[in-house]
Design a protein around this ligand. Structure first.
Ligand code: SF4
Ligand code: FES
Length: 234
């Protein structure tokens, strides 16, 4: 299999982005975009298709098992995880890679997703006391616990921008878990934050549902946490 990896690059936040293409060939049908990026960076001298010496490509990765969310990027125009995107499933020879567009770019494919945590901090999204665990809420807490905090849902969301108050589904999912486990008095405070950070900004386009790599039941969680935060109904 032969692919041209076309990467939108910039060495720093200030630099204008430019495209650079690298040739990647492999016999491994299971090779992913992450495989290609790692192999390119392991070359003794990295040359682009025009024969120019290039600096190592900056991107983020850790688990390479679709578990940590670090490798989120835009692949052929779609928000995806690099380690979960097989090159064989991308029909075109040219594979374009861009950083997520909703976050400040640090360099190349590496972005600063600090806003994800900042939104949760601003919403005081933590438990002050022990969680209240009830059997009927386990499934909701479990579903919410599968969120990777990758930010792909925010990339797809027409309502989210990093500077705005709306935290998107990356805030809704952990807050849904807290709403399912918070003791009564804290649930009221969480419900108020939830209305500001999630409910007030969500246009229910559900674009997030189509791109979530964890396959989280976003509609179900959204409906149940909206009910919990707005009608206090469990
Ligand atoms: S809801 Fe899905 S897409 Fe959004 S941050 Fe969590 S795992 Fe990623
Ligand atoms: S490196 Fe962890 S999800 Fe891709």
């Amino acid at each position: 299999m032969r692919k041209q990896m076309r990467i939108l690059r910039r060495r720093s936040t200030e630099q204008e982005p430019y495209w650079q293409t690298f040739l990647f060939e492999t016999a491994d049908e299971e090779a992913t975009v992450a495989t290609a990026l790692r192999e390119l960076n392991e070359r003794e001298t990295l040359l682009d298709v025009a024969g120019n010496v290039a600096e190592a490509i900056r991107w983020e990765n850790s688990c390479l098992q679709k578990k940590c969310g670090a490798c989120a990027m835009v692949i052929n125009g779609m928000p995806k995880l690099a380690c979960a995107t097989r090159l064989a499933e991308l029909k075109r020879e040219v594979v374009s890679l861009e950083p997520l567009r909703k976050f400040p770019v640090v360099a190349d494919l590496l972005v600063d997703r600090g806003v994800l945590m900042q939104n949760l901090k601003d919403a005081q999204a933590w438990l002050e006391h022990d969680a209240v665990l009830e059997d009927r809420r386990w499934s909701m807490a479990y579903e919410a616990s599968r969120c990777l905090q990758c930010g792909l849902c925010l990339e797809a969301c027409p309502n989210f921008c990093a500077e705005g108050p709306f935290g998107g589904m990356a805030a809704m999912v952990p807050m849904a878990r807290l709403l399912s486990q918070a003791p009564g008095e804290q649930r009221a405070q969480l419900a108020t934050s939830y209305r500001d950070v999630v409910f007030g900004g969500c246009g229910k386009s559900l674009a997030c549902r189509a791109v979530c790599p964890a396959g989280i039941d976003i509609d179900g969680l959204l409906a149940r946490s909206n009910a919990a935060a707005l009608w206090h109904r469990w």
